[in-house]
Ligand binder design. Structure first.
Ligand SMILES: *Cc1c(COP(=O)(O)O)cnc(C)c1O
Length: 423
């Protein structure tokens, strides 16, 4: 492959061999990633078999979507996979933000308190919560928000958390992935510890985990939570789902989320899959493999850019809990070059030049590179960077390991070509 890349597509042979040499050192780590995929594949296979998935479940439903058997079996599979009482898995959930918003609005009422023990939430949640004023936010409905910052080293500040838990908040939201911040992504074990602390001090608090980007990166999921939510155009859609989101967990909290998604009284009983049930189910089946490809690309990016002297988070050998690789590129020119490289590695829209632009839900200009089959899909090869100091690029995705590897090669190539770095 490196021979191919160095002879074709304008890749500098030095760039190709730099990446190839870095990769030589990673096969041990990659074998562990494959092992995780194997475990998750078996779990999914088991859930599909136990749910008696059948050909007939791939039939279409329209209109209200009453008794949509494909949807029902898909939700049964998700519930089994996450050891949950219920699941809401719908194309009508537009994204992860929408799934999280349905869970929050569905379960919070005026005068309730929402608490984040893990610092600032993902950018798009700021307008949902009302940290950044927005029409229709939780704040407008009289729901207040509290947050405990993380400690300097990125760990939970259990003292500050215990203090806030004294007020017995109605709901807690825990973000597993770093999102667009330079912190560690929490492992499932860390999240379970935090959940245990919350349960012991505030037993009636509903615990929601934002599981975006985390699914199938490890062999377990943060199932101790009352609710988990995520996006199907990230990990659990396997790159095949054309859209959708999920909420899984305790029956009554999932149903409350469904009442918010559809309407009070309708809840989860309606919702046509509109011909998508096969691809949603097939995407889930492929997800462990797709996620493993993305994780290998992330590890390779950490290695390559770490060797070039950039700060990377996580470091190469760290235990991973999401597919995101953050690289501190220090200046806007590096970010632009990196992102142009990712765009040039795309199967779709490789000829366009990504530029920073305002994005709905984000406070800063954001540059997003990625020519994807599914719009905005970040389980596909992509890179995003909010244009703010210290200019961190978040690299993720790749439907196949060779493609996520190609992303690293093209990003490096562009930085070298533009004279940003020397190798
Ligand atoms: C992607 C993501 C979300 C939701 O974003 P959408 O683009 O709406 O799917 C929320 N939290 C985290 C940590 C994410 O990575």
């Amino acid at each position: 492959m490196y021979k191919y890349l160095s002879g074709h597509m304008g890749i500098n042979p030095q760039v190709a061999s730099f990446v190839a040499e870095a990769e030589q050192e990673l096969f041990g780590l990659f074998a562990k990633v494959d092992e995780t995929a194997a475990v998750n594949q078996m779990k999914i296979l088991n859930a599909m078999q136990n749910s008696r998935l059948s050909d007939s479940h791939f039939n279409d439903s329209t209109g209200y979507g009453y008794h949509d058997e494909g949807r029902e079996v898909l939700e049964k599979i998700f519930a089994a996979l996450f050891h949950a009482e219920a699941a809401l898995v719908r194309p009508q959930l537009i994204s992860g933000t929408h799934a999280l918003a349905a869970a929050l609005f569905g379960n919070l009422r005026p005068n309730d308190v929402l608490f984040s023990p893990v610092g600032k939430p993902y950018d798009t949640l700021e307008s949902v919560i009302g940290i950044r004023p927005a029409s229709g936010s939780l704040a407008e409905y009289g729901i207040t928000y509290q947050q405990a910052e993380l400690l300097e080293n990125g760990d939970f500040d259990y003292e500050a958390i215990a203090e806030i838990l004294k007020s017995q908040p109605k709901m807690v939201t825990i973000q597993r992935s770093k999102g667009y911040s330079w912190r560690k992504s929490f492992t499932v074990a860390e999240i379970n510890d935090l959940i245990q602390c919350i349960r012991s001090r505030s037993p009636h608090t509903i615990i929601l985990v934002d599981n975006c980007y985390g699914e199938f990166v490890a062999t377990d999921e943060p199932i101790e939570a009352d609710l988990l939510a995520g996006s199907l155009i990230k990990n659990p859609g396997g790159g095949i789902a054309a859209g959708g989101g999920y909420v899984v967990g305790k029956q009554k909290y999932v149903e409350a989320s469904a009442e918010r998604l559809t309407a009070p009284g309708l809840g989860s009983a309606v919702g046509p899959t509109l011909g998508m049930s096969r691809t949603l189910i097939q995407g889930l089946f492929l997800a462990p493999q797709t996620v493993s490809a993305a994780v290998k690309g992330a590890i390779l990016a950490a290695s390559v850019f770490g060797k070039l002297g950039f700060d990377v988070n996580p470091i190469v050998s760290a235990e991973r809990s999401d597919i995101v690789q953050a690289i501190k590129l220090n200046n806007p020119e590096n970010v632009l070059a990196f992102c142009r490289g990712i765009q040039k590695a795309a199967p779709v829209d490789s000829f366009v030049t990504p530029e920073p632009a305002p994005m709905p839900g984000y406070a800063h200009g954001v540059i997003m590179a990625g020519g994807t089959f599914i719009q905005g899909s970040s389980i596909e090869l992509s890179a995003d960077a909010p244009m703010r100091d210290p200019y961190i690029v978040y690299f993720q995705g790749g439907l196949t390991a060779p493609h996520s590897r190609a992303g690293v090669v093209f990003a490096l190539q562009e930085m070298v070509r533009e004279g940003r770095i020397k190798i």
